[in-house]
Design a protein around this ligand. Structure first.
Ligand code: NAD
Ligand code: TYD
Length: 352
């Protein structure tokens, strides 16, 4: 039996991970520490909130007293750090929160964990969830990112994640802390906050709004179904080697514009409007510092830990589209309040 502290468990990937973990390991203790920013929603976990082993604590990873208290009180042996500011466009509009949570927060979590765990044991594990964006941008013909690719972050978001990765590495090298880091590609699936590309396109299409495509729409992302990512984190917790980094990707590269068209075409079939949804596609000013291409080489995960993605894009995107069609009220609720202000700043027009 393990005792997990999951940070950021009310967000997109964290809530999918907690649901996955509770179903796989019902006897484990899972403590979810989340500050409930605009991106954190307890509704994401309403189906498991009464599970015996699950506990939610509202708190901030930059608050060392809270983190220490939880680690001690709950006798945590496994930390999984999802908590972050995660949206590149927001990091361009206002980087402060990214430095605070992603850098200061990860540092605080590391320090608190080091002080509580003291002499590290083989049963302990600190898993830091990071991103392929720390490696920067690939040329069209360049090989996908391996774990040894140099760091070259281009946005305040990716720079803050890179800084956190370096701290995690240093805690292993210097103190022998039992850390592992995972760098994954773009996730998609249920419960993703609708500021990210796939849910934003879906909802703008259905709501008759312009579908904003940055630049020429030819940027490439490597899409990973969120449940495959959760399984990847599971195998790294169980079998990963301390101090190692594991890249987790979907081996599934798409031009943005092709994904946008694919979603529009499928919506035309599932919920036809008066005109084809692709008529709403609007090319807008490019994101500053926009990385051209990300792609992950998951060879290490495959060869050393036996992990491969189980969902192909056709099945993953179908499940995702249907989930959003069936959860329109969730979308309305998470987009009320603060999101309206962000949308207006980012796209120059009201969300409603
Ligand atoms: P998200 O924005 O959906 O959720 C982040 C969660 O962290 C929210 O619940 C929020 O309330 C919480 N949080 C934010 N600041 C906090 C703080 N100071 N203290 C405690 N909780 C706080 O993010 P996500 O998409 O689920 O991403 C999770 C992790 O995975 C992040 O570390 C992100 O960098 C990484 N990642 C995400 C993707 C992706 O495609 N979504 C890809 C690669 C890596
Ligand atoms: P996003 O989901 O924000 O993830 P990331 O920037 O972390 O990869 O964006 C995915 C891609 O889609 C990225 O190349 C930017 C682009 N994009 C748009 O073209 N329009 C949009 O409105 C958004 C949010 C993203």
């Amino acid at each position: 039996m393990r005792r997990l502290l999951v940070t950021g468990g009310a967000g997109f990937i964290g809530s999918n991970f907690i649901r996955y973990w509770v179903s796989r390991y019902p006897d484990d203790r899972v403590v979810n520490l989340d500050a409930l920013t605009y991106a954190g929603n307890l509704e994401n976990l309403s189906d498991i909130e009464s599970e015996a082993g699950y506990r939610f604590v509202r708190g901030d990873i930059t608050d060392r007293v809270t983190v220490r208290g939880l680690l001690e009180e709950e006798e945590i042996d496994t930390v999984v750090n999802f908590a972050a500011e995660s949206h590149v466009d927001r990091s361009i509009l206002g980087p402060d929160a990214f430095i605070r949570t992603n850098v200061q927060g990860t540092f605080t979590l590391l320090e608190a964990t080091r002080s509580v765990w003291k002499d590290f044991s083989a049963a302990q594990r600190f898993l830091h969830v990071s991103t392929d964006e720390v490696y920067g941008s690939l040329a069209p013909d360049e090989a996908p990112f391996t774990e040894t690719h140099g760091y070259a972050p281009n946005s305040p978001y990716s720079a803050s994640k890179a800084a956190s990765d370096h701290l995690v590495r240093a805690y292993h090298q210097t103190y022998g802390m039992p850390v592992v880091t995972t760098n994954c590609s773009n996730n998609y699936g249920p419960y993703q906050f609708p500021e990210k590309l796939i849910p934003l396109v879906l909802l703008n299409a259905l709501e008759g709004k312009p579908i904003p495509v940055y630049g020429d729409g030819m940027n490439v992302r490597d899409w990973l179904y969120v449940e495959d990512h959760c399984r990847g984190i599971e195998v790294v917790i169980n079998d990963g080697i301390t101090g190692q980094v594991y890249n987790i990707g979907g081996e599934n590269e798409w031009y943005n514009i092709d994904i946008v068209k694919l979603i529009c075409n499928r919506l035309d079939e599932l919920q036809p409007g008066t005109a084809p949804y692709r008529d709403q596609i609007t090319f807008v000013k490019d994101r500053p510092g926009h990385d051209r291409r990300y792609a992950i080489d998951s060879g290490k995960m495959r060869d050393e830990l036996g992990w491969t993605p189980a969902h192909d894009f056709a099945s993953g995107i179908e499940r995702t589209i249907r989930w959003y069609l069936e959860h329109r009220e969730w979308c309305d609720r998470v987009r009320s309040g603060e999101y309206q202000h962000y949308y207006e700043q980012q796209y120059g027009q009201p969300a409603d």
